[in-house]
Design a protein around this ligand. Structure first.
Ligand SMILES: Cc1cc2nc3c(=O)[nH]c(=O)nc-3n(C[C@H](O)[C@H](O)[C@H](O)COP(=O)(O)OP(=O)(O)OC[C@H]3O[C@@H](n4cnc5c(N)ncnc54)[C@H](O)[C@@H]3O)c2cc1C
Length: 454
């Protein structure tokens, strides 16, 4: 089959590699030069690597040989540094990733043409639109495409600051809160993404500054983190991150892959992984089916639900970063735990498995107990009713379990007390308990004596 791929990013190049391995004739049309790229380093999760190893061992080998690896997440907030251990991060320079993919695609006989701006869909048996988040060929009518800005502003810098952890830094300024997402991607350089809410960006006058002024501003905001080092620019402009969704991923002989079909906010570091996994699924479907329509339907059916799950987590994460200013009243440890569990992909239990010490200290602090005391997870920690100031309780009859095993959690959850009669009547409470499912008002333990609850 003759396949033309528009876009020589990770999705397009990786697809070219996999299709050449099964004997298809592949041409990749890329508007930029081979060594030109936007952005700096990209993070990969360990789960991605298995899929890449199975699809093409030499590419997997070359990518993993180039990886920077680390296990810590640093959170700098409120004058404190909190380090969470037990993670498994890897990252690679985007230029290095593209060079590896280009080399392998060429070695397998793909025809890579650079400096070609594609204006119209080319003629071929299969046309693959791998032309990124701003795809020219993602016709809304054909693909049911929607592009929604996520609300914040970000700029993607590099840095020569030596980093040994995924670093989040939150800095309050007179204009509002700025946050940095930073991580190393080789022995000398790291990624440094600065993000803020749009009103903050406008108040700081960043809508009308040059690239140099923007760098100088961000260097001032993060001066303490940068410790005299600089931020590096690579056509680094302030942008909105677009959330791209498509009801259909193919139409006739045109198929979308990677960011052209979907995006996931950069704060969960999964876009490249998803793009390359799309290529794996599409190549496998084309190998399994001789009928093109059947292959494309299988590709869409396999990938859409997976991508939707990531997009939900990415949406939660993006919303968190858009609203971080809400949480700046938290003390640093609580802020850190909230940040680490923001997207729902890392739960309290999962965080405890990664870094038991951190979670033990955080839970004890939340329960108002001494460090090292055995306390329930925050969800089951009795708190004080905001309405009447009385202590609230979850387990009026049996008392809290001594060990918080999954079974004990489930039992506590199912035996939660009935709602306080007064509060159950309020519209806000009803909305809470029905729409959020997992939230409900706690009963005042001193009900009999309390005039507000009783
Ligand atoms: C700030 C930021 C941080 C990120 N961090 C991570 C991370 O840590 N981990 C991660 O996995 N992902 C990350 N991502 C996401 C990742 O960059 C993308 O998901 C990934 O690049 C998608 O690959 P792609 O091949 O689909 O698209 P792209 O990489 O965008 O490639 C599309 C290619 O098509 C070319 N093109 C476009 N139009 C035309 C045309 N008309 N003619 C010819 N060529 C064309 C472009 O030049 C480009 O080379 C991040 C994204 C951003 C914005």
């Amino acid at each position: 089959m003759r396949v033309v791929v528009v876009g020589g990013g990770p999705a397009g190049l990786y697809l070219a590699i996999l299709l050449r391995k099964t004997g298809h004739e592949v041409t990749v049309l890329e508007r930029n030069a081979p060594d030109a790229t936007f952005g700096w380093g990209v993070v990969f999760s360990a789960g991605t690597l298995g899929a890449l190893r199975d699809a093409d061992v030499p590419t997997h080998q070359a990518i993993t040989d180039s990886f920077a690896r680390w296990t810590a997440v640093d959170i700098r907030f409120g004058g404190k540094l909190i380090r969470a251990m037990g993670n498994d991060f890897t990252a690679i320079a985007r230029t290095r990733l593209l060079a590896i993919l280009q080399e392998r695609a060429r070695e397998l006989g793909a025809d890579l043409r650079f400096g070609v701006e594609v204006d119209e869909l080319p003629e071929a048996d299969l046309v693959v639109a791998a032309d990124g988040a701003n795809s020219r060929f993602r016709d809304p009518a054909r693909f049911g495409a929607r592009v929604r800005p996520q609300g914040g502003k970000y700029v993607w810098f590099g840095t020569d600051v030596p980093l040994d952890a995924f670093t989040f830094s939150f800095r309050e300024t007179e204009f509002g809160l700025f946050q940095a997402h930073a991580y190393p991607f080789d022995e000398h350089l790291g990624t440094w993404i600065v993000e803020c809410a749009e009103p903050v960006w406008r108040r700081a006058g960043l809508d009308s500054v040059t690239e140099e002024e923007s760098i100088a501003f961000c260097e001032r905001v993060f001066a303490e983190d940068l410790a005299g080092r600089s931020l590096l620019s690579n056509r680094s402009r302030w942008l909105d991150f677009p959330r791209v969704t498509c009801e259909r991923w193919y139409d006739g002989n045109t198929v979308l892959i990677g960011d052209a079909a979907h995006t996931a906010h950069f704060s969960i570091g999964s876009g490249t992984k998803l793009a390359m996994e799309d290529a794996v699924a599409l190549a496998a479907a084309l190998e399994r089916h001789t009928d093109l329509a059947a292959a494309l339907a299988e590709y869409e059916g396999e990938r859409q639900p997976v991508v939707e799950r990531f997009q939900r987590a990415a949406g939660d994460s993006a919303t968190y970063f858009l609203n971080t200013a809400r949480y700046t009243g938290y003390e640093p440890l609580q802020f850190a735990v909230n940040l680490l569990t923001r997207s729902g992909r890392v739960s309290h239990a999962n965080l405890a498995a990664r870094d038991a010490d951190l979670v033990r200290v955080a839970d004890a602090r939340f329960a108002g107990a001494a460090p090292g005391a055995v306390v329930p997870p925050p969800l089951f920690t009795p708190s004080t009713s905001a309405r009447c100031g009385c202590p609230t309780a979850w387990w009026p009859r049996r008392g809290p379990p001594t060990r918080w095993t999954p079974r004990a959690r489930a039992r506590a959850w199912s035996s939660r007390p009935p709602r306080c009669a007064r509060r159950a009547g309020s519209a806000r409470t009803r909305r809470w308990s029905t729409t959020r499912g997992r939230s409900w008002p706690t009963r005042c333990a001193a009900r009999a004596a309390c005039s507000a609850c009783g």
